[in-house]
Design a protein around this ligand. Structure first.
Ligand SMILES: C[S@@+](CC[C@H](N)C(=O)[O-])C[C@H]1O[C@@H](n2cnc3c(N)ncnc32)[C@H](O)[C@@H]1O
Length: 324
């Protein structure tokens, strides 16, 4: 039994007033708790805390606790030698582990949208923005290799995630094919494009900091890496959502030329994004390193690919020409 002196903060609001704030689910729980006469304010505060904790479990975080647990879980398998060199077995183990922990991987359904693209386009080089623990790098890296490709470049900000991903990529037998480049995607892309290491984008999987989708695309456009035939596959465009990116890739050349007249912007366009999305990974005060307007003359054909029963989707965008 909780005594009043143990209560964290008991507001002076009348219980009836507090009661109005409670969702039906909370009222049900309160009814269950009533026989024990737990004060409603205390119960309400506890439930709010619980909700906050559950939400934080679902949100991207830079804490590598569960990601390290995944590494131990996979490397602790008694049949490790049978898993070595088998990308699908590593993917299956990640799925198994995900029954207990929420991970921010692209997942099997949206993954199929991208592997289908790889089968069609057969890129020599595929680039991804956002590696996390290497799920997509293993899934897509294997598909690029199977289709005769040469390399898979994965750009990841967090060195701890990159280290975990490298261990899983090694186990999957893709160490010589997938290269993780640690750092901010804009700086890494800038280096790849200006050094000539990457001359054009064949297939780009965009799955990192949501506000950076558009600025990183404009960076690629600026350096002439987006050419007719280039394809972009952007994850999470519906959930958590990325209205500025969708607007950009679905705009006509005329609309983009008009927008470009206001010049480069030194901040991210976060219109329509939830605060927690904007604050994920880098913090809300982060600004893009470069402020390129991109190339508004590129003609895009863009299509939403939403697997059945899924809340989220991949936006697949193809550059089909350059308008004079
Ligand atoms: C949604 S996860 C990527 C999931 C991964 N593509 C998969 O499907 O397995 C996003 C990742 O992007 C990384 N990230 C966030 N902002 C970044 C940036 N500016 N540059 C590079 N990586 C970034 C995060 O650290 C995180 O690991």
């Amino acid at each position: 039994m909780v005594g009043n002196s143990d209560l964290p903060h008991v507001s002076t609001r009348a219980y009836s007033e507090v009661f109005q704030d409670l969702s039906p689910r909370r009222v049900d729980i309160y009814n269950l708790a009533c026989p024990h006469r737990i004060p409603l304010d205390y119960l309400s505060a506890s439930l709010a805390l619980l909700e906050t904790n559950i939400m934080s479990l679902l949100e991207p975080s830079n804490d590598t606790g569960k990601e390290l647990k995944l590494l131990h879980y996979i490397y602790g398998q008694p049949n490790l030698d049978e898993i070595r060199g088998q990308p699908q077995k590593v993917i299956d183990l990640i799925h198994e582990f995900e029954k207990d922990y929420h991970f921010i991987n692209v997942g099997p359904e949206k993954g199929k949208v991208v592997t289908k693209l790889i089968d069609e386009l057969k890129p020599k080089t595929m680039i991804e923005l956002g590696c996390y623990v290497g799920y997509s790098a293993i899934l897509f890296g294997e598909a690029v290799r199977r289709n005769g490709g040469e390399r898979y470049l994965s750009l990841e900000l967090n060195p701890e995630f990159a280290a975990i991903a490298n261990m899983l990529i090694e186990l999957a037998g893709l160490r010589d094919f997938v290269r993780i480049i640690v750092g901010r995607s804009d700086l890494s892309l800038h280096k790849l494009l200006t050094s000539g290491e990457v001359k054009k984008v064949e297939l780009l999987f965009i799955d990192h900091y949501k506000p950076a989708y558009t600025t990183d695309l404009k960076l690629c456009e600026h350096f002439g890496a987006i050419v007719p035939g280039s394809v972009l596959a952007a994850d999470n465009v519906l959930y958590p959502g990325n209205p500025p990116y969708l607007e950009y890739v679905r705009s006509t050349v005329e609309q983009k030329r008009e927008a470009a007249k206001s010049g480069p912007s030194q901040s991210y366009n976060t219109t329509g994004m939830a605060e927690r999305t904007v604050e994920s990974f880098v913090g809300k005060d982060d600004v893009p390193t470069f402020d390129f307007v991109g190339n508004p003359n590129l003609v895009y054909q863009s299509q939403l690919c939403q697997p059945e029963g899924l809340q989220d989707a991949i936006e697949v965008t193809k550059c089909v020409g350059v308008q004079a």
